[in-house]
Design a protein around this ligand. Structure first.
Ligand SMILES: O=C(O)CCC(=O)C(=O)O
Ligand SMILES: [Fe+2]
Length: 669
């Protein structure tokens, strides 16, 4: 009785309902369906049920699913909202008719009656389910079609604040959480959301980097140039040149991304759809939006025909807290029985199992990530080993300090008077030539940065300019480019050529010996020198390589060095390589499969160091065996070099990682 009175009172208070057909077929907006008085009463009911739900008090002796909070795994993305449901329970767009839930309350039934009397619902198909969505400012819903178990039409009433709803047949979305990207594209390659997001990130990075470059340029002409020693790049002009080369490279990448962005936007416009990116960068972006419908407070939006069946709808984050009430009718099957009855016990069990799985999905993801890290660490150890045992290096072919070069002849380029900067024959034959020849096969098995190297890169400030000194095939460069800009150099041209293509937009790389780097003093914010020092054949050149790496970072910048360790036994629980070295100076064989050798010969890469190298054919294994020179470092040996640089370099960290000694050092002056 009480209910009937209310109904009469409310109907009398509402102004004429305005009905607007929208551009999407089957979509109709009904304005002024709910007046302030009815909204007030609905909000009182909703707030009191929310209070009870949050406190676990919505129960009639059984556990009721009437209230659901935001699932913890959705919370970081805000891709959700609090919910109250009546009649039938739905969860992530799945209908679960067997779940215990409160029946439709009289006030909601009153709202349904009102909608029916205004022509929103046909009298013969009154909604029997209700979902109330409570959105905080950052909450949103991704593009979706409502579960087909619901009849059409269905309708949503909007309360508290005005809200836009998006429609699009191929609408997709991505989510950006600060600097993180969780691409959730659902197809449509022509509007690949990941491309778009990359462009935005690049734009942010560009701004950060160009601000830094400007500051750099202001100082460069004064302090650095004056301090520059003879023979080092550092005069004002040289500084400006290097800066402008770097800036041109950045600008080129930036421009190419901007162009790609414009093409995407143009293509979208040509298809009559738009791309909507969140203000401030964080939040959901929507792609392929064909219509945007503003729902005033108190309006109802009815979806029927194509608007319900073909067009996805999405709810972007509201400008302030918003509540919606969606009213739907659960389908009947051919026999007139409800889905609840039609769903067999077996199906229900299957569904329950699936839901439990969803519950442990997060845990599984975590375990998978852990396993992946362990696999990568093992792989790093395996990469280090090579397939065959190393041989001690005959002492005679080791270059001698103080001008002698062992077996190298003067024509090979003497070291006297050049402070060890010209590459000795041993390194040219047993390092550079080997890598030149094996580059494609090497690249095929070295895919990503080692975990602790990645961890170091990820500690750097966004926009950092990072040198990868001895970059090999460039496997560290994508991680550098994800934070800022990575510039790589390596002694092997074929490897550098591979490295150039490691990132989608290309990488800035150069051919250089690490003992003589072509970069201006202080050019980088940080640098890597990974698996390089063990290929350097004399103590003078090792010292020179370390000080070159330190020279090219700015004061305050850090360099991470990794070099192969003589000690191959890790501590208990650590990954170990199991390798035993016969001596500290060794030749480590690399088996180049014959096919690759032929391919390499075709490209002329194996012949760069001249014909008649050291490699031998192993017909049985169908491989050409190259010998890589390595000097493996004993504990403390690398630190000793740093002692000599004490006045301007300090060691921050020393550790053993899967068969390598690692040193993180900072430039302090
Ligand atoms: O809150 C809205 O406006 C729409 C809600 C919705 O689409 C849904 O719950 O399926
Ligand atoms: Fe929906």
């Amino acid at each position: 009785m009480e209910d009937t009175n209310r109904k009469n009172a409310f109907v009398g208070n509402v102004e004429a309902v305005r009905i607007t057909a929208q551009s999407v077929p089957g979509l109709t907006l009904f304005e002024n369906i709910v007046d302030a008085d009815l909204q007030g009463k609905l909000l009182d009911l909703i707030e009191s049920l929310l209070d009870k739900g949050r406190n676990g008090q919505l129960s009639d002796g059984r556990k009721l699913k009437t209230y659901s909070g935001i699932p913890p795994n959705f919370a970081p993305r805000n891709q959700s909202r609090e919910m109250l449901q009546f009649g039938v329970y739905t969860h992530s767009n799945r209908v679960e008719p067997w779940a215990s839930i409160t029946p439709i309350p009289p006030l909601i039934q009153h709202l349904i009656d009102r909608l029916t009397s205004c022509g929103v619902f046909p009298p013969h198909q009154q909604p029997d389910t209700c979902t109330i969505n409570v959105y905080q400012r950052e909450n949103w819903l991704p593009p979706h079609l409502d579960n087909p178990a619901f009849d059409h039409p269905f309708a949503t009433v909007s309360l508290v604040s005005e809200q836009e709803v998006y429609f699009g047949r191929d609408m997709t979305h991505t989510v950006t959480m600060g600097d993180d990207e969780a691409a959730e594209s659902l197809g449509r390659a022509s509007l690949n959301p990941a491309h778009l997001r990359r462009a935005e990130l690049l734009q942010e990075r560009y701004a950060a980097i160009s601000a830094r470059l400007q500051r750099f340029e202001q100082h460069a002409g004064s302090a650095d140039a004056r301090e520059a020693k003879e023979g080092e790049p550092g005069t004002e002009d040289e500084v400006r040149n290097i800066l402008s080369v770097r800036e041109v490279a950045l600008r080129r990448r930036y421009t190419s991304m901007k162009e790609r962005l414009a093409v995407l936007e143009g293509r979208a416009a040509g298809q009559g759809v738009s791309i909507l990116v969140p203000e401030g960068g964080a939040g959901p972006s929507f792609f392929g939006v064909e219509a945007r419908v503003k729902m005033p407070v108190g309006s109802a939006l009815r979806l029927d025909g194509p608007a319900a069946a073909e067009y996805k709808h999405a709810v972007p984050p509201p400008t302030s807290r918003r509540i919606s009430i969606t009213l739907r009718h659960l389908s009947t099957d051919g026999n007139g029985s409800r889905l609840r009855e039609a769903m067999s016990k077996k199906q229900q069990n299957k569904e329950n199992r699936r839901l439990r799985k969803v519950g442990i999905k997060e845990e599984k993801k975590r375990l998978e990530a852990e396993k992946k890290l362990a696999r990568r660490t093992q792989k790093a150890a395996a990469e280090q080993q090579g397939s065959a045992k190393s041989l001690p290096l005959p002492a005679a072919i080791l270059p001698q300090e103080g001008g002698g070069r062992g077996a190298a002849s003067p024509a090979d380029g003497g070291e006297a008077g050049s402070e060890g900067t010209s590459t000795p024959l041993l390194e040219r034959e047993h390092v550079q030539r080997v890598y030149d020849a094996i580059a494609p096969q090497w690249h095929g098995t070295r895919h990503s940065a080692w975990p602790r190297v990645t961890a170091f890169i990820e500690t750097l400030l966004p926009g950092s300019v990072i040198g990868d000194l001895g970059c090999g095939n460039g496997k560290n460069l994508p991680a550098c480019n994800a934070i800022g800009v990575g510039l790589g150099s390596d002694v092997s041209l074929p490897l550098v050529e591979i490295a150039a293509n490691q990132s989608r937009d290309g990488c800035e790389v150069a051919v250089a010996d690490v003992v003589d780097l072509p970069y201006r003093t202080g050019a980088f914010d940080a640098a890597l020198c990974i698996a390089v020092l063990h290929h350097i054949s004399t103590p003078a050149r090792r010292l020179r390589a370390i000080s070159e790496c330190m020279r090219v970072v700015r004061v305050g910048g850090e360099v991470l060095f990794y070099a192969w360790a003589y000690e191959q036994e890790g501590k208990a629980g650590e990954a170990r390589s199991g390798h035993k070295f016969a001596s500290q100076d060794v030749l480590v064989p690399f088996h180049l499969r014959l096919q690759s050798k032929a391919a390499a010969d075709d490209e002329g890469v194996a012949t760069q160091a001249g014909e008649g190298g050291h490699e031998v054919l192993d017909e049985e294994k169908r491989a050409v065996v190259f010998q890589r020179y390595c000097h493996v470092y004993r504990e403390g040996e690398l630190e000793a070099f740093f002692m000599q640089l004490q006045s301007w370099v300090t060691i921050v960290e020393v550790y053993w990682d899967t068969g390598n000694w690692a040193i993180r050092a900072r430039k302090i002056a």
